[in-house]
Write a protein of this length. Structure first.
Length: 439
């Protein structure tokens, strides 16, 4: 019988020194494929998660013709193609370029931008951040120095509702009701209030200033900087004030602790239209499911899909009278279309057989232990790296050489782990008990 799940400590552990980097940034892209145990892997950056129906159809076709047939969503709203052959790189790049998914070979790995998925759709938020997204992506791809950013550096565009602000970006723009924007560096509470029209260029300036301060330090992201986020913000504010008109002030605004992202189901908007929000079990989309999504977007929506950082998909522009029927059709393919799904809150890394570092087939274990609705989120990891793990409060299940280790995580705080030995039975019950918050 599993002992009672220990609660996290009441205070976070002290921060350590900035991590030393003894190798270059090996983050995969579409021009730099990663060799995995199930073949090569390509990570296609999709800024803001925004795909046209034509681009979505092309991604599905590429996965079926060159890879394992499935599309794998990441925690940044990007797409991974797995099971690729060793010699497909040129064809993959050419076909992605034809659809506009590879606008700059020098910058393709640094186009890491997440945006509020429902921005401009549900009448909430302070502004539609779509124009910010387009401008910032164009500025990044045109910049000479921005190509030096690592593939891990993250830009966040929050429309004011606080959903993606909680993801802990390196540079965050947070829309305000008065038309201004707050610029956040890292997760520090200090922010700079700037005119909304200057927001994308301010984000670019912040990234360029980061590169200057990171030079020679091995820092890939803001938390790695020896001087920290506040020092970087102070320098960015100084440069913003010198660069042009418009009042730039500083104020403290705490970063939200966590967010679950858009609820699954029909999302109604201010006009006679709706959006469909669906979840993807374990972030892995089968060909038939992807075709259903792209056909829904093409025939009943505005020809667009929005991938979310919570491994979900939003289909905008569906007529309200068709929304319920369209949602049922997507649910029939195995997608999550309502909060009652047992898959809600269940995540896992790729695990075996795709990853050589993994100690277990954690996706199969997660599928066998989905439990029920209304439980704490759980994330299964095949090794200590915990690739793609969530933020906020969640149950951490890590494969070990002799079983699994389960602990409760709340932000930066982690409870004492409980070990579950290798063997039949017991694991699913232990995970279920942890997700209920008891032994």
């Amino acid at each position: 019988m599993l002992a009672a799940m220990p609660r996290p400590a009441t205070s976070p552990s002290p921060p350590g020194d900035a991590p030393a980097r003894d190798r270059g940034d090996a983050c995969p892209g579409t021009l730099r494929l990663h060799r995995a145990d199930d073949g090569s892997l390509a990570r296609v950056r999709v800024p803001g998660g925004l795909l046209t129906a034509v681009q979505a159809k092309a991604l599905g076709a590429l996965s079926e013709s060159l890879g394992d047939g499935e599309l794998h969503l990441t925690s940044r709203g990007n797409v991974q193609l797995r099971g690729l052959g060793p010699d497909c790189g040129a064809e993959l790049a050419d076909r992605l370029g034809e659809t506009g998914l590879l606008p700059s070979a020098r910058h393709e790995r640094i186009r890491n931008i997440v945006a509020s998925p429902l921005s401009g759709l549900d009448g909430l938020g302070a502004r539609d951040v779509g124009p910010w997204l387009s401008e910032l992506d164009a500025l990044l791809c045109a910049g000479g120095t921005t190509a030096g950013l690592s593939g891990r550096f993250l830009f966040v565009l929050d429309d004011g509702r606080g959903d993606v602000d909680a993801l802990g970006g390196d540079v965050t723009l947070l829309a305000q009701d008065d038309g201004t924007a707050l610029l956040r560096i890292g997760t520090a509470p200090a922010t700079a209030r700037i005119p909304g029209a200057r927001a994308p260029r301010a984000a670019l300036l912040a990234a360029e200033t980061f590169l200057e301060q990171a030079s020679g330090t091995g820092a890939w992201r803001v938390p790695d900087l020896p001087g920290g986020a506040r020092s970087l913000l102070e320098e960015v504010v100084r440069r913003l004030r010198e660069a042009g008109p418009g009042t730039v002030t500083t104020e403290d605004r705490a970063c939200p602790p966590d967010s679950d992202g858009p609820a699954t189901g029909v999302v109604t908007g201010p006009q006679d239209s709706a959006a469909l929000s669906v979840g993807i079990p374990l972030g892995r989309i089968a060909p038939a499911q992807w075709r259903s999504l792209t056909e829904t977007a093409r025939h009943r929506g505005v020809g667009e899909l929005r991938l979310t950082p919570w491994r979900g998909v939003v289909v905008p522009g569906v007529e309200r009278r068709q929304a319920a029927r369209s949602l049922d059709e997507l649910g029939a393919t195995g997608l999550v279309v309502g909060p009652g799904s047992p898959w809600t809150g269940v995540g896992a890394c790729i695990g075996r057989p795709g990853c050589a570092k993994s100690l277990a087939d954690v996706r199969a274990q997660a599928a066998a232990s989905v439990g029920g609705a209304g439980l704490l989120p759980v994330y299964w990891s095949g090794c200590e790296r915990r690739c793609g793990h969530p933020r906020g409060e969640w149950v951490d299940v890590v494969a070990t050489p002799d079983g699994h280790r389960i602990s409760l995580v709340r932000g930066e705080e982690r409870g004492a782990p409980v070990s579950v030995p290798e063997g039949p039975g017991g694991l699913a019950a232990a995970v279920a008990a942890a997700r209920r918050g008891r032994g």
